[in-house]
Design a protein around this ligand. Structure first.
Ligand code: AMP
Length: 123
């Protein structure tokens, strides 16, 4: 799995393009999605160069892993969405339609999000 240093989130991390930052820690950054799908739509990314969850879960240090998971929880609390509820999604690879090849967890909230996913039609 090769990490592309020119992906859009790598550019955000280097400060080459702006983002609407909501949170930053030693190993994580969170910012609002540029095309929100819900009233609250924030992306949490590790600062390290990891393509997706498969890459991150194998190569990240314990400190990075802990910091990232804590960042997701902290951002949800900061956004005030814990009580009403929120959804976290990480798209990984082609079948999941991952568009940006730097690991990111979507935090979606601010309205009733409906069922988790449409049932596979052949079932
Ligand atoms: P995914 O399909 O899981 O890879 O989602 C990529 C997400 O990144 C989409 O929801 C995009 O709207 C979002 N996105 C792309 N470029 C930017 C950007 N410059 N700032 C914030 N969000 C972005």
């Amino acid at each position: 799995m090769t990490y592309d240093n020119e992906n859009i989130f790598a550019k955000i991390l280097r400060g080459e393009i702006p983002c609407d930052k909501v949170y930053e820690s030693d190993h994580a950054l969170a910012f609002r999605d540029i095309q929100p799908l819900t009233p609250v739509h924030v992306l949490v990314i590790p600062k390290g160069a990891y393509v997706n969850m498969d890459d991150f879960s194998q190569k990240a240090s314990e400190e990075e892993l802990a910091d990232f998971v804590r960042a997701v929880g902290q951002v949800a609390r900061d956004l005030g969405v814990v009580e009403a509820g929120y959804r976290t999604i990480a798209n990984n690879g082609a079948d999941a339609h991952q568009e940006v090849q730097h690991l990111h967890v979507h935090i979606l909230a601010g309205r009733d999000l409906g069922g988790m996913i449409q049932r596979f039609k052949d079932q």
